[in-house]
Design a protein around this ligand. Structure first.
Ligand SMILES: Cc1cc2nc3c(=O)[nH]c(=O)nc-3n(C[C@H](O)[C@H](O)[C@H](O)COP(=O)(O)OP(=O)(O)OC[C@H]3O[C@@H](n4cnc5c(N)ncnc54)[C@H](O)[C@@H]3O)c2cc1C
Length: 371
């Protein structure tokens, strides 16, 4: 049988997973990356294995997150020991994945940018194209849906700060805004091999409330966060962009398959998408190798539907919560019931009851990947 020729566009988590898995399954894989693998990454580097399909990262591991700080008005401590959550160095992790892909037989071409014209040629040259070029995807430029990512994208801004984060230790901090307006994060990375201590400090606004929160305003708010959190140190990198938080219905265009951010895979609840990028990249390679018996879009939806449904329900709930009520919900997540009096409980009884199922699913998703 002739080997299927597959071209993977983009060497992020989705593309690298597709290349590793495709080569391992005997596909003839070429991966084209416009930069060098592991450079220009836009991420806070919290690796959350939401579906429990990946486990502990094999390279670039900084630490297993044991505890998170969740804040709205008060600060709550969330026990993360049973949650598959790690801090990683994504650059190191991605370089190691590229090495694995090469060893399995994939060809990786760096500094190779795919344009719309090149994409047309690739469609003729290869049996399949896996588009893992992130946002906006190169396929969206060819098929005219670039605007989709903006419409359904969380807008983000982030600094990488070099400084002393020992007070936070190995805890991740999330500060939530009411009415599903987003959150800001402080993710310490610990020390690297040269002894340099850094943290990723960022802010993200979510679609319906993100309007008007762009550009300068976002950066201004991030500067306020640095002040409020008394973060002193040297800003060594400034990055940002869209986190696409709505999975597209159509994920196949001719012989092109969309995966990862290009597919709109990031979590609608928190914007994280490393893991879903990885599993959808893997799935695309498996789908090609297995003879494409089913519809690809359907396969991706089958994998992610339950998790997305729970997360979207939580987003709708979050939308309705003011700061005070959100604060109590944060307490519930942290299992810290001190501030929840009988009166609050009675006032919110119906809301709690009608969201009980979602709460239970969220918990089993968080702890066991069973959504
Ligand atoms: C500020 C911020 C913080 C985030 N923090 C987290 C987090 O802590 N945890 C988490 O899970 N997720 C996080 N995310 C989301 C996460 O980064 C993405 O979901 C994830 O990177 C998606 O992987 P991907 O492989 O689909 O795309 P990408 O990682 O974007 O990779 C796409 C690759 O394609 C290449 N490329 C693009 N266009 C072309 C082209 N035309 N030709 C060739 N190559 C091309 C790019 O150079 C890039 O290497 C964050 C996102 C943002 C914006």
């Amino acid at each position: 049988m002739l080997q299927e020729r597959v071209c993977v566009i983009g060497g992020g988590p989705a593309g690298l997973a597709a290349a590793c898995e495709g080569a391992r399954l005997g596909l003839k894989v070429d991966l084209l990356e416009r930069n060098q693998i592991g450079t220009n990454i836009r991420c806070a580097e919290g690796f959350y294995d939401s579906l429990h399909l990946l486990g502990k990262p094999q390279a670039g591991l900084r630490f297993k997150v044991q505890e998170a700080v969740l804040k709205v008005q008060r600060e709550y401590k969330v026990d993360c020991r049973k949650i598959n959550l790690w801090m990683i160095d994504r650059s190191e992790w991605q370089r190691s994945l590229a090495e694995q892909a090469r060893e399995a037989g994939a060809r990786i071409l760096e500094n190779t940018r795919v344009t719309v014209d090149i994409l047309r040629d690739l469609q003729r040259e290869y049996d399949w194209i896996i588009d893992s070029s992130g946002v906006p995807s190169i396929t969206s430029l060819l098929y005219g849906f670039r605007d989709y990512y903006r419409r359904y994208g969380a807008v983000t801004a982030q600094y990488v700060v070099e400084g002393d984060f020992s007070k936070l230790g190995e805890r991740l901090k999330f500060v939530l805004f009411p009415h599903y307006a987003g959150y800001y994060w402080i993710f310490p990375k610990g020390r690297d091999a040269t002894g340099r201590e850094t943290a990723n400090v960022g802010i993200g606004y979510f679609p319906s409330n993100g309007k008007g929160k762009r550009g300068d305003i976002l950066w201004e708010e991030l500067n306020n966060v640095l002040e409020r959190e008394k973060i002193e140190g040297k800003i060594i990198r400034r990055l940002g962009g869209l986190a696409p938080v709505k999975l597209r219905e159509q994920l196949r265009y001719g012989n092109i398959l969309l995966v990862g951010d290009a597919a709109g895979c990031a979590s609608p609840l928190h914007g994280g998408g490393i893991d879903t990028a990885y599993v959808t990249g893997q799935l695309a390679a498996r789908w090609i190798a297995s003879g494409q018996a089913y519809d690809f879009s359907h396969e991706v939806w089958r994998l992610l539907r339950r998790k997305l449904k729970v997360e979207e329900r939580l987003c709708r709930l979050w939308e309705r919560l003011d700061a005070d009520t959100l604060d109590h919900f944060a307490g519930l997540i942290a299992r810290d019931y001190r501030s929840i009096g009988i009166r609050w409980f009675a006032t919110h009884f119906w809301m709690l009851l009608s969201n009980l199922g979602t709460g239970i699913r969220f918990r089993s998703g968080l702890l066991r990947g069973e959504w």
